[in-house]
Design a protein around this ligand. Structure first.
Ligand code: C2E
Ligand code: CA
Ligand code: CA
Length: 604
C-alpha cells in the first residue's frame, strides 16, 4: 500500500474524463495509487452515460475536448439528481480567470491547472472526497433532525407539522381542479384512563395498534397515486394518517368532496377500532370521537381545516363518546368564543375576578344548616357573570382548573375559619374538585396546605367530586381518597347516578357521602312517580354501605314532602336557598332561624 492510500470508509470511485489517453493514464495511475477505483471516459457524452450507470464519488474533468466542452459536461452532470452533491474538479490548461469563472458557473467544485503533478492532483481529490463524506454525514443527520421534527417516532406517522405541509399540498392540488378534500380528526376516548390503569407501555402498544388499524382504513394507495398529476409531490396527494397529539390522530383524504363519502371512511374507522384490543389475555375495548371538515366548504386553508375538524370533534365529544360530528358554522363561532374566553380565563385569577357563593345543605330531620357548598362565580368585566358550566370544562381542558381549584380551596378554608371565628355557626364547607385535579397528583398536599394556612380542622372541609371523575381517573382518585381519609377530610360523590358505576364498585373508595343527582330528584313527586323507586333504592343501598346521602336540586314543595318520608340525611336546593354571597347568606340564615324557630346558639 502506498503512502497516498485513500483512507475512506469504502473505496471511492473517481471518474476521469479526458480526450488525451496519456493524461487519462497518468491521472488514473496516480489516483489508483492513492487507493481509489477509476472509471474513465474519452468524451463528454460517454462520461454522462457512464455516470448515469455507475455514479462516481468525484469527477476529474478536462475542459478542452472535442464534442461537448468540459463546461457543458459539468452543467449536464450537475443537472442529474444523483450528481447534485458530487465534487467535480475541472482541469484546464488555460489557467486564466475567465475559464475559472466559467467552471464555477457550470457548477464545478474546484479547479487545477492541467500541468499539475498527478500525485498532487490525487491529494486534491482526496480532500474533495473526504469533504463530500463529511457533508453526506451532515446531510444525513439533518435528515434525521427533519424526520424528528416532522414524524412521530412511536408510530412513524407524520406529526401535526408534517400533516399541515401535506394538507397545504393537497389544498393546492384540489383548488384549481375543483376537487374536494376531507380532514378527519380522531381522539381516542378515555385514553388517559387506560394509561393510568394499564401503564404507559400498554398505552404505547395500543397507540401503535390504533395507528396500524387506521392505516388499513385508507383507500387503495395506488389508485390515488395515479390520480395525482405531475408537478406535485405525488406521494402527498394521497390518503394520509398522522398522529397529531398524544391520543389524537388525523386522516387527510384528498378527493373526498361529500359528507357521505367522508362518513363512509369514518364508519370504516369506527368498525376497525371496535374490534377489541387484546393485551396479555386482557381485552381492552376502545372507541374514538371524530370530527370532519371539508374543503372548500368548511375552510380554505390547511390550518383552518384542521382547526375546524378539531372543533367538530370536541363538540361531538361533549354529547357523548364514540361519536362523529361534522363541522358547521355554529361550531366555529363557539370555538372562537372558546378561544377568547380561554385568554380571559388566564387573566381572571390575577385580576381577582372569581368569587365563591355558598349554598346550604340542610339536615332533613330539622332543617338546620349542616354544611354549605362552595360554588365558584366568575365576574367577567365585559361578559358579566359567566356560569361555571361554561368555563369549568374549558379550565379542565387546558389544565387551568388546577390553579383555579387551588384558589377555591384556599378561599373556602379561609371562609370556614371566618365562620368559626364569628362563633355562630360551624358549617362544614364542601368544595367541588374536578377529575383533572386528581390526575394532577398535587390535590392532597394542596388541600392539606389550605387547611393549615386557614388554621381549621380537617373535618370542616369536604371535597365533592363527580362519579364521572371517579370512573375516568379511578386510580388517582382511589389513592387520593385514602390519603384524604387519613387527613380527616370528608369526601362526597357528586351527581351520583349519572355515571355507570355500581354501588358495589364504590366499596373500593372510602367515601363518606353520596349526593343523589338532581335529575333523579326532579320527578320523584310527579304523577307517575318517575324515579322515586330509584331514589329509594339509592338511599337504602348507601345506608347499607355506611354512606350518608344528600338529595340535591330540591325545587318544589312536593319533592320536599316526598323526601321527608325517606331516610336521606341532607337536602339542598332552590326551595330552601339559592347559592348566595356571604353577606346574603348570613341574612338568609338569620331569617331562616327565625322562621323555623331554631335557636342560633344550638346550631354550632
Ligand atoms: P354541582 O356540583 O352539581 O353544583 C350544584 C349546581 O346546581 C349549582 O350550579 C347550583 O347552583 C345548582 N343548583 C342548586 N340547587 C338547585 C336546584 O334546586 N335546582 C337547580 N336547577 N339547580 C340547583 P352552579 O353553581 O351553576 O354550578 C354548576 C357546576 O359547576 C357544579 O355542579 C359543579 O360541577 C361546577 N362547579 C361549581 N363550582 C366549582 C368549583 O369551585 N370547582 C369545580 N371543579 N367545579 C365547580
Ligand atoms: Ca357539587
Ligand atoms: Ca351535584
Amino acid at each position: 500500500m502506498s503512502a497516498y492510500e485513500y483512507k475512506g470508509t469504502t473505496t471511492a470511485t473517481i471518474l476521469v474524463v479526458d480526450d488525451d489517453p496519456g493524461a487519462r493514464l497518468l491521472v488514473g495511475t496516480a489516483l489508483e495509487m492513492a487507493g481509489f477505483r477509476i472509471d474513465t471516459a474519452a468524451d463528454g457524452a460517454t462520461a454522462l452515460k457512464q455516470f448515469r450507470e455507475h455514479p462516481a464519488d468525484c469527477v476529474v474533468l478536462d475542459v478542452v475536448m472535442p464534442g461537448m466542452s468540459g463546461f457543458d459536461v459539468c452543467s449536464a452532470l450537475r443537472a442529474m439528481p444523483e450528481c447534485r452533491h458530487v465534487p467535480i474538479l475541472m482541469q484546464t490548461s488555460l489557467d486564466d480567470m475567465e475559464s475559472v469563472n466559467r467552471a464555477y458557473n457550470a457548477g464545478a467544485t474546484d479547479f487545477s491547472s492541467k500541468g499539475i503533478n498527478p500525485m498532487l492532483l490525487a491529494q486534491r481529490v482526496k480532500f474533495l472526497v473526504r469533504a463530500k463524506e463529511t457533508q453526506d454525514q451532515l446531510r444525513e443527520s439533518e435528515a434525521r433532525v427533519r424526520y424528528l421534527a416532522y414524524y412521530d417516532p412511536l408510530t412513524a406517522l407524520p406529526n401535526r407539522q408534517r400533516l399541515l405541509q401535506i394538507l397545504d399540498q393537497q389544498v393546492a392540488w384540489a383548488e384549481p381542479r375543483q376537487r374536494g378534500l376531507a380532514v378527519l380528526m380522531l381522539d381516542v376516548d378515555n385514553f388517559s384512563r387506560i394509561n393510568d390503569t394499564q401503564g404507559q407501555a400498554v398505552g404505547d402498544v395500543l397507540l401503535k395498534e390504533v395507528a396500524h388499524r387506521l392505516q388499513n382504513c385508507l383507500r387503495d394507495t395506488q389508485r390515488t397515486l395515479n390520480q395525482a398529476e405531475d408537478g406535485f409531490e405525488k406521494k402527498d396527494i394521497n390518503d394520509w394518517v398522522a398522529r397529531t397529539g398524544g391520543d389524537e390522530f388525523a386522516l387527510a383524504l384528498p378527493g373526498i368532496s361529500t359528507a357521505e363519502a367522508a362518513q363512509a371512511v369514518a364508519q370504516r374507522v369506527q368498525r376497525a377500532l371496535a374490534r377489541p384490543f387484546v393485551f396479555a389475555q386482557a381485552e381492552i375495548p376502545l372507541s374514538a370521537s371524530m370530527g370532519i371538515s371539508l374543503f372548500p366548504g368548511d375552510a380554505a386553508t390547511a390550518e383552518t381545516l384542521v382547526k375546524n375538524a378539531d372543533a367538530a370533534m370536541h363538540h361531538g365529544k361533549k354529547s357523548g363518546q364514540g361519536g362523529l360530528e361534522f363541522f358547521n358554522k355554529s361550531i366555529s363561532t363557539r370555538a372562537a368564543k372558546h378561544l377568547s374566553m380561554e385568554a380571559d380565563l388566564r387573566k381572571a385569577l390575577e385580576r381577582g375576578e372569581f368569587t365563591l357563593n355558598y349554598q346550604p345543605r340542610l339536615a332533613l330531620k330539622d332543617l338546620r344548616v349542616e354544611a354549605v357548598e362552595a360554588l365558584i362565580r366568575w365576574k367577567h368585566p365585559q361578559r358579566g357573570f359567566v356560569a361555571p358550566d361554561e368555563f369549568i370544562p374549558l379550565a379542565e381542558q387546558n389544565g387551568m382548573i388546577v390553579e383555579i381549584g387551588d384558589w377555591v380551596l384556599r378561599e373556602a378554608c379561609a371562609q370556614a375559619r371566618r365562620w368559626r371565628d364569628a362563633g355562630t355557626s360551624a358549617w362544614q364547607v364542601a368544595v367541588n374538585v374536578s377529575g383533572v385535579q386528581f390526575r394532577d397528583g398535587s390535590l392532597v398536599s394542596r388541600v392539606s396546605r389550605a387547611i393549615d394556612a386557614a388554621g381549621i380542622e380537617s373535618r370542616m372541609i369536604e371535597l365533592e367530586f363527580t362519579e364521572g371523575a371517579l370512573i375516568e381517573y379511578s386510580a388517582a382518585v382511589s389513592k387520593a381518597v385514602k390519603s384524604l381519609k387519613e387527613l380527616g377530610v370528608a369526601t362526597a360523590l357528586d351527581d351520583f347516578g349519572t355515571g355507570y358505576s355500581s354501588l358495589s364498585y364504590l366499596r373500593h373508595f372510602p367515601i363518606d357521602t353520596l349526593k343523589i343527582d338532581r335529575a333523579f330528584v326532579r320527578d320523584i313527586a310527579s304523577k307517575t312517580g318517575g324515579n322515586a323507586p330509584l331514589v329509594d333504592a339509592i338511599i337504602a343501598m348507601a345506608k347499607s354501605l355506611g354512606l350518608a346521602t344528600v338529595a340535591e336540586g330540591v325545587e318544589t314543595e312536593a319533592q320536599w314532602q316526598y323526601l321527608k318520608t325517606r331516610d336521606a340525611n341532607q337536602v339542598q336546593g332552590f326551595l330552601f336557598c339559592r347559592p348566595l354571597a356571604i353577606a346574603d347568606l348570613q341574612r338568609w340564615h338569620d331569617d331562616w332561624l327565625h322562621a323555623h324557630q331554631l335557636n342560633a346558639a344550638s346550631v354550632a
